[in-house]
Design a protein around this ligand. Structure first.
Ligand code: TK8
Length: 336
C-alpha cells in the first residue's frame, strides 16, 4: 500500500510539474502590424492567411498578424521608415522605392534582368538573396522572405504599345526610383515618379497616361477601369520584400524569430502559387472589361531589350559594380 502511494504521489507530482509549465512558454503575445500598398484581394492576402495559420500552430495562437491594406499605414517608403525607427513591425513592400536606403536593391530594377519566375526564385531564394538581406539588415530591416510582385506590364489610355517608339511622349507613372525613370525616359516617355497610392486617381483624372505593374495588381487595384490598353512588356520582375523592423525583431525570443522566418516562407510559397493561378484570370478579367491587349513580337522584344542595355552601365556604380557583376554571373551560370 505504501509503495503504491509513493508511486502515485511521484506520478502526480510529475504530472503537476508537466502541467504547470505554461504551453508555448517561449512565445509572448505579439500583435504584428503588416502594412501593404495593394488591396486585400491581392495574393499577398492569401500569403498572409497561410502565414497566420503556420504561426498559430507554432506559437499556440500567440503571434498575430494584423494586415492593413491599400496603403492605410502609408506607402512603401513611409512604412519602411516606420520599421527602421521601430514604430511599426512589418511591411510587404516593393524593393524599388527603397533604393535610397539600400542602393544595392536597384539591381532588381535593371530592365529585363530576369527572364522567368523560376530564374527569379533561384536568385532571390539563394545566396544572392541572402547577400542583399545582409545589406537590408545593416539598414535596420530584417527581410523574412522574398514574396512575389512579379513581371511588370504596361497599361495606358492612349494606344497599344507594339514597339518602344510607341512610348514617345507618353506620361508614364514610375515608382520613386531612378532606374525606372531612366528606363522609360530612354524610350522617349515622359516618366513621372509617384507613390503607388496616388496612381489610380492620377490615371482617372488623366494627369498621367500610363502605369506599369503585374496583371494581378492592374486587376486588384482596379487600374483596368481607367485604362484602355494593356501591353505585355515584362520589362522588369521586381520582388516584394517581407520586411520586419530590426529594432522590434531584436526584442523577440529566438523561438518567435524562428517561427516568423519559417512561416514567412510558408506564406511566400502560397502567395507565389496564387499569383501563378491568378495571372491568367486577371488578364482575362481586364480584357473582359474592354481593355485592348497586345504582346510584343519577338523582333520588337529583341529591339526593346537592346535599347535598354545602356541603363545597366549608367546605373552600375550607383547599385554597386560588385552587386551587378555578381547577379549577372549567377544568371549566366543558371542559363548555361
Ligand atoms: C504597392 C506597391 C506596388 C508596386 C508599385 O505598395 O508601386 O507600382 O508595384 O505593388 O509596392
Amino acid at each position: 500500500m505504501r509503495k503504491f502511494l509513493k508511486a502515485a504521489t511521484a506520478l502526480a507530482a510529475a504530472a503537476a510539474a508537466f502541467g504547470a509549465a505554461p504551453a508555448f512558454a517561449e512565445f509572448n503575445s505579439r500583435n504584428i502590424r503588416v502594412s501593404n500598398g495593394i488591396n486585400a484581394d491581392h495574393p499577398v492576402g492569401n500569403g498572409i492567411e497561410a502565414m497566420q495559420t503556420c504561426l498559430d500552430e507554432k506559437s499556440g495562437g500567440k503571434l498575430k498578424l494584423t494586415a492593413f491594406w491599400g496603403g492605410a499605414l502609408g506607402g512603401d517608403l513611409q512604412a519602411t521608415q516606420a520599421l527602421r525607427s521601430g514604430v511599426q513591425e512589418a511591411v510587404v513592400t516593393s524593393s524599388s522605392p527603397l533604393v535610397g536606403i539600400v542602393p544595392a536593391l536597384g539591381v532588381f530594377d535593371l530592365p529585363f534582368l530576369f527572364v522567368s519566375d523560376e530564374e527569379a526564385y533561384q536568385v532571390l531564394d539563394g545566396e544572392f538573396g541572402d547577400f542583399i538581406n545582409e545589406k537590408l539588415d545593416a539598414a535596420g530591416l530584417v527581410n523574412l522572405a522574398y514574396w512575389e510582385n512579379g513581371f511588370r506590364n504596361l497599361s495606358n489610355s492612349r494606344r497599344p504599345i507594339t514597339r518602344w517608339e510607341d512610348l514617345d511622349g507618353l506620361k508614364v507613372r514610375v515608382m520613386q526610383n531612378n532606374i525606372f525613370l531612366d528606363t522609360f525616359a530612354n524610350f522617349g516617355a515622359n516618366a513621372t515618379p509617384m507613390a503607388f497610392g496616388e496612381v489610380f486617381s492620377a490615371l482617372e483624372t488623366k494627369a498621367i497616361d500610363a502605369q506599369e505593374n503585374p496583371y494581378v495588381t492592374i486587376d486588384t487595384s482596379k487600374f483596368y477601369e481607367v485604362q484602355a490598353y494593356v501591353s505585355e512588356t515584362k520589362h522588369a520582375y521586381t520582388p516584394f520584400l517581407f520586411l520586419f523592423s530590426k529594432a522590434i525583431f531584436n526584442t523577440y525570443t529566438p523561438e518567435e524569430q524562428q517561427a516568423l522566418r519559417d512561416c514567412a516562407i510558408v506564406g511566400r510559397d502560397v502567395e507565389r502559387e496564387v499569383i501563378g493561378d491568378l495571372n491568367k484570370a486577371s488578364l482575362e478579367k481586364i480584357q473582359a472589361a474592354g481593355v485592348q491587349f497586345n504582346t510584343l513580337s519577338p523582333e520588337e522584344h529583341a529591339r526593346i531589350l537592346e535599347k535598354s542595355q545602356p541603363i545597366y552601365e549608367k546605373h552600375k556604380a550607383a547599385i554597386g559594380a560588385d552587386v551587378v557583376d555578381r547577379v549577372l554571373k549567377i544568371l549566366a551560370d543558371l542559363r548555361k
